[in-house]
Write a protein that binds this ligand. Sequence first.
Ligand SMILES: Cc1cc2nc3c(=O)[nH]c(=O)nc-3n(C[C@H](O)[C@H](O)[C@H](O)COP(=O)(O)OP(=O)(O)OC[C@H]3O[C@@H](n4cnc5c(N)ncnc54)[C@H](O)[C@@H]3O)c2cc1C
Length: 566
Amino acid sequence: MPFDNHYHNLVSEKPQSHTRLIRDYEGANSDFDFIIVGSGIGGGILADDLADNLGDSKRILVLDAGSFIYPTHVYNISRYSNGAVARHFGVVNIERDQNDPVHFIGEEPQMNLGGRSVFWSGLIPTPQKWERDFFPPEVQADFENDYLTEAGDKMNASISLGEFADSMVKLFRDSDLSEDFVIEETPRAVHQPYLQADGQPKGEYYTEPTGVFNTAELLVNQAGLTPGSGFDGNGLFIKLNAFVEAINETPEGWQEVVVTDTLSKSQRSYYAPKAVIAAGSTESPKLINRSSVYHKFPDNVRRHVGFGLTDHPVSSEAQIFVKKAQLEKNGTIVQSIPIERDDHAKIVFYSKGKLDQNGHIQFPFNIEMNINHEYWHLRHNDPSSGIPDLSDEDRDKVRVDIKFSFANLLDNYNGILSWYNDGYKPHVRFKRWYQYHLLNERFPKIAGWQKDKISFLNLLRETKNRVFSHFEIEGYGADPFYSNDGWPFGWGTVHHACGTLRMPWKERRGQANFNFSDSVVDTNLKVKNTAGLYVCDMSVMPISTAANPVRALGGLALRLSRHLRQ
Ligand SMILES: Cc1cc2nc3c(=O)[nH]c(=O)nc-3n(C[C@H](O)[C@H](O)[C@H](O)COP(=O)(O)OP(=O)(O)OC[C@H]3O[C@@H](n4cnc5c(N)ncnc54)[C@H](O)[C@@H]3O)c2cc1C
């Protein structure tokens, strides 16, 4: 039975604004050089880069099941928090039991032009060496030479929020924290290509970097500018409301991409020697299950399809109210920075992955710090928008908050319980971050150590105190690490979840070799047992890094683009 929109909350429509801004592909020619399923970060960056390099000589088709709901990131047009807008558009694409507190995922993915990039927060920290070690060696080498930097360039990575933020970074770099952490302003993927990375205007215009990079805008611009705009010519073409049912290999080794139009319900196939699945970490394994390759996989590969769904444990925030930052050396204050209500900074303390005397990673997490948090998206520059996340009492105070974001290796227990013809909305098995699981399975796999709850909370408490000791504190806000009673982790979400169509991976720290034989894709992201089917989204990740995952995915997309062009 073809897809009939049973996904609650999926917007399925074709407004005039869509057809006037980007022409939906309606050509008679069904043959392309490359077909990409999904227009999110993975599919969008890949398609854009292919079109930049081959747009005048090749036909590239992007198919997305969603509609044209926003032509750009929500922050470029709205003052509501991106998380709230994202929830509003979350598509129910899996069955889960809300009464089951162990397996419930907090939030669903968005399906539309640009995928989740239209809603994301735009933070693009860089995975560090100790995390990159969990990528297969060829990928590690390419990340280092220099796909992670290029991914930042593609996404207009910012490097500064200005002089105050620079001075805070300097203070922390001069402190003892720099022995264990690399300290930087958190890089953000920004909208305005007309600003330099340090926030200075490139030309005559000055505009605050309020916006966020997204692939809806990237593709809208690329489709308009690519030469050869006739349907029969070359260039980038986009077709929305195009749900891909299956990808089947023809006897000649081409990929037949079977599409149901979600509005008319008619079906049509498109063909290419190379097709790329970029449907996101929950949809891509379902699509593989419906495709011809699923039956060709040997058991050792098939059993990993959909499994390994791994999220990104980030602790709750600890908050203080402060007057100044200061650095003391040998009993003397050597640096002091007064902090005003409208100063702001967003700083990442990347763990260096240093080992303790047992050879275990001391800090398998990054620290994320905000000073006056509400400013960091710069959306509250407009006073009429208010500062929604502060009470009246705290509104005039300078607030500093920190949280800990952990790396985790793939969790084999979690997965999409999908099978051929599963009615499109399979059940999900998703152990959330409950205490026993994190302390006894996830953290030992990545760090090597195994701590009981009190020792673990002590580690976070001591690290928090090290950071907060550099401020003159005038009051305390939330502190999830204050007592030993609570557990500072909430629900998981699918936002950073990865691993469901894994590349070669390591099960745990200390394992000598990568598992190349059982992975679903190889190091070039090619699906095993196919002539030309690839995957380019969060599902290929072999680790959920402490750094938010989009920079690594951007790097993989650029790397795949090069591979497909060779
Ligand atoms: C509120 C929020 C904040 C976030 N903040 C950050 C952050 O600061 N930093 C960071 O690194 N990450 C962040 N993330 C996570 C990040 O945005 C996602 O992990 C990433 O964008 C996923 O990209 P993707 O290409 O894997 O998939 P997606 O963005 O999910 O794209 C998949 C696309 O495929 C389409 N599709 C699915 N199935 C089919 C089908 N059968 N046929 C055709 N098309 C299909 C979908 O409609 C969708 O457009 C955030 C996410 C959210 C929601």
